[in-house]
Each structure stands twice: as C-alpha cells, then as structure tokens.
Design a protein around this ligand. Sequence first.
Ligand code: SAH
Length: 399
Amino acid sequence: MIRIKISKTLEQKIRLGYPWIFDYQVQNEKIGGKAGDLAVVYDSKNRFLAIGLYDPESKIRLRILKTLNPVAIDSNLFKERFDRAIQLRKFLSLEGTTGYRLINGENDGFPGLVLDRYESTIVLKLYTSAWIPYLDILIRLFKTQLSVERCVLRQSRKLTESKIISKKYSEGQLLFGSKISEPIYFKENGISFVVDVISGQKTGFYLDQRDNRQKIRLLSKGKSVLNVFSYTGAFSVYAFAGGANSVLEIDSNPIALAASRKNIRLYFQNRNFLSEEFDQIKADGFDALSNLGLGKKRYDLVILDPPAFARRKKQTKAALNAYKKLAQAGAKVTKSGGILFTASCSVHVQTDRFYEAVFSGIRSTGRGYKEIGRAGHAKDHPFTFREGEYLKGIFCEIA
Ligand code: SAH
C-alpha cells in the first residue's frame, strides 16, 4: 500500500477531519501508484492517521476515506455510508421533491463523487478517476439500495481530458438500466421540471438552490421579477408558481434559455405569454444589466445567481470585484422597497467577504438596504469542511 508523508501542521488539520492532501503537500518522492490505489498517511509517531484514494493525475493527490481508526475499504463500508446518505434525504419526498443530491461527495463519505437523483434516473458524477476501480461495487450498491430505472455517468472536465481514465467508461454513458428515450422529469417542492442529464451543466440542474427558490416563490406574489443567469429557469418557474406578474430572464447561453422555456411551458401547459409577462434576453449578464439600468424599468425582485467567478484561488480578488459590480448593477434596477437576491457558488470566495462585496456594491449606488436573510445550500448538500460550504446567498431589501 502507498505510504504518504506529510508535515506536522497538515497532520493536525487531517486529524480534525480535513479530507484532502494536495500534490505539493506530499513529502515523499517517487511514490508510483495509480488512480484508485489506497494510500495510508501515518503521523509523525508512525501511527495510522488516515487512509484514502490516491490519484496521481489530480492536484488533490489523496482524498481521505477514513481518519484516525483504520477500517476495511470495501462494499460494507460504502453500503453503510450510502444507507446513511439515503436516510438523511428521506424527508424530501414529504415536501414533494424527487430531484435531489443523494451523495454529496466528501460530506457523505464519498470524496470526489456526487450522485444526483432525478426521480428514477440517477446521475453519477466523478471528479477523480480514483473511483473507476470501485465502479462495479458502486453500481451494485445503487441497484440494490435504490429502485431506479437507470444510472448515467458524468465526468468532470478534467477527468474527460485524463489520459489514464479507463477506456471502458465515457462521458454520458449509461452505467445500467434502460436507454433514455423520453425526457426526464422530476419534482422540486411539487413543481415539475425536465432535465437534460447528458449535456446539462453539472448533472443537469442546480439542485443546491432549492431552498432559496422556495423563498423566492414566497416573495413573488404580484411582483415583477428579473432573473439573471437564469439557466434552466428554475427560479423563474418558482416565481410564477408564487404568483409573479412577470419574469424577464437573462442568460448568455441559448441552450439554457431554450431549456428554461421548456420548464415554463411544463408548468403552465397551454398559457401563451405576452412579452411583458415573460421574456428572455440572450446576452452577457453584466452588459444586459447595465443596459437595463440606463432605461426606466425597475423590478420588484431581482435574482443574481451567476456561475463561479473564482475557480482558482488566484481569482478570488477579481471574483469579489465582479460580485460587487453585479450587486451594484442589480441594486440599480431594483425598485425602491424591492428585493435583491444574490448568490455565489465560488469555493474560493469566503462567505463574509462575499457579503461585504455585495453590501459595498449596493452602497456604491447611494441606496440604503436592509438585510432580510442569508442562505446556503439545501439540506441534501450537507457539509463537513469549509470547501464543502461553497454556496452563500443573501436577500436584501433595497431602499
Ligand atoms: N440560477 C441558475 C443557475 C445558474 S448557472 C439555476 O437556478 O438553475 C449559471 C448560468 O449563467 C448558466 O446558465 C450560464 O449559461 C450563464 N452564464 C455564464 N456566464 C454568463 C454571462 N457572462 N452572462 C450571462 N449568463 C452567463
């Protein structure tokens, strides 16, 4: 088995449950080993500290499976963890939700792996090829513990470019079950959506914003809503479900805008919208917002849910500036007494710094604001370490 040496400082962090060891933190050279090999970390007194999945191609060289007490890494361990993950999400069916995250990676004991469920289709997304040797065990586990029709494999961009990923598996492949011959539907809080699990972003839908969408629904009655970075239109459908008078969407991706139209049609079936009631702008979010700011129209409820602006640590400062600029542009098009909801899914942007950027953006317009709530991920996205807590959102009433 591979042995990994680390510094004493890192040892302490790992002891407290941090799940990653990066390439530059591995102190011994020439380890050899291939993706999916198990590697053990010993502490400075040569006692077992942790065991994890090794990946020589990833900057995260070791993803820890177990800390402090050694256990066998086998199907029993995965079953125990999977059962716990299922249990944690049981309540979701009571609220009318059939699309949710079943395994949230590190936070559910499966580092580098996500499993999303869309009613009877599950989508396994891998962020490391270290899981490839375990896929047979996982497939068996999913088949026995869930009653679903099929399982689709998605891989992170890095993994698709990987040289060593097994030829047996490819992006969008069916791991088991029947071929997709019809659209895949699921429900969130009783509202139906259609999802493209093969080519949609992530696994097809941003499930993490479910609770925030529910809040938007409750705030929408009689309101004019502006939904920027609208993607599959999930916030828009909730707004209409809550009684919004109008929704305007902005997204730069025509495929996203088309997906959103499908979801709106699914909700309203036969309703023909006037453009004052529902419209879309295909444009850069920043440009479109600043154009709207030049005009007269203002909105009761403005939603800004952009893609991650900081994918790397180095981009943190630029990302904070972008969040500030966005909040500024959003506040400008919000009616007096209206609400601005803005969110960040950048791991590298820390929560307090994000809120400070938002406040500073709003203040720069000369308008006052009242904070009316902060929010993170829905409960099917539990987190056990800082990086797991990536989503932060804030609702502000603009004076
Ligand atoms: N709010 C969405 C998720 C947003 S994902 C939801 O609840 O599902 C981010 C979206 O921003 C994607 O649809 C992407 O196409 C869009 N996007 C990325 N960069 C953009 C830009 N510069 N201007 C406008 N849209 C952009």
